[in-house]
Design a protein around this ligand. Structure first.
Ligand code: URA
Length: 272
């Protein structure tokens, strides 16, 4: 029996997987899964080997101790007097494990250094990893169209909570975000924007230290505070453009969020 396959359905399915981070669908050599399974069964019947490697330091709750990496990031970030120095410090930093998990390069920012708005996404994807700039893939192009429609082109400094592509586009872990946070906070200090737009749940949760999902957080103003308490800024969470590509009906909500944001951004400041 032969099945007629609609090429548009195939294209749409591939686009769905690409959005989900699956960007390789074949290997160079055929894989014999039956032989793999048989080898696995044989291995399971053997007693496990005794491995005498040092154990990673664990802290309460089972998470790896990231305090050394955070302290190193904080020292490196504090030494940077401008964004070029910060970009170089990020690229040279070895404390975030994402750097060694297949990322091609560090991805820091794009946009004017004195932008009144800072947009913070989750982390670089495949296109960003290749091009070295945040939000340049399909989701980024949608973000740019939305910013243009809202009159925000060239008024936003765009970056992410982590600076290396998580493997397979998985969500960055809170530990990875915490290690990169000192660099992000330094970027906020150097750009000195009037407000932040937090794009997607992983960004909103990390920046605001909240547990709710993005659908509960979006469209509401929060106060972002830096770890040392010295910086405070209004922050508006919104839906991630990658989500909007999958759920176009949600664009209306994202547009409402952008209007909420521009209204505050363009509100004349009251004289002190
Ligand atoms: N998604 C993000 O959160 N950031 C990017 O830079 C690209 C896609």
């Amino acid at each position: 029996m032969s099945l007629a396959v609609d090429p548009r359905a195939v294209e749409s399915l591939l686009a769905f997987w690409a959005d989900a981070g699956v960007d390789a669908t074949y290997a160079d050599e055929p894989v014999d899964r039956l032989a793999e399974g048989a080898a696995l069964l044989r291995a399971r019947s053997q007693p496990p080997p005794v491995v005498a490697s040092p154990r990673p330091t664990l802290i309460a709750g089972g998470a790896h101790d990231i305090s050394v990496a955070v302290a190193q990031a904080r020292a490196a970030a504090a030494a940077c007097q401008d964004l070029d120095a910060l970009a170089a410090a990020i690229a040279a930093f070895d404390g975030c494990a994402l750097k060694t998990q297949g990322a091609k390069q560090a991805v820091f920012s794009r946009g004017p250094a004195d932008a009144p708005l800072m947009i913070i996404g989750e982390g670089p994807g495949a296109d960003e990893d290749t091009q070295g700039q945040p939000f340049v893939g399909r989701a980024g192009q949608l973000l740019d169209r939305m910013l243009k429609a809202a009159g925000l082109t060239d008024r936003a400094f765009i970056t992410n909570t982590v600076f290396w592509r998580p493997p397979g586009n998985r969500t960055p872990t809170p530990q990875e975000q915490a290690i990169c946070a000192p660099f992000l906070e330094r970027a906020i200090g150097l750009v000195n924007p009037k407000m932040l737009m937090l794009v997607g749940g992983a960004s909103a949760k990390a920046m605001l230290k909240r547990d709710e999902g993005i659908l509960a957080l979006r469209g509401r103003w929060f106060e972002w505070t830096s770890a040392d308490g010295d910086q405070e800024l209004p922050a508006l969470p919104t839906l991630h453009p990658a989500f909007l590509l999958r759920q176009p009906a949600a664009k209306k909500k994202a547009w409402q969020d952008l209007l909420t944001l521009t209204e505050r951004l363009d509100r004349p400041e009251r004289p002190h």
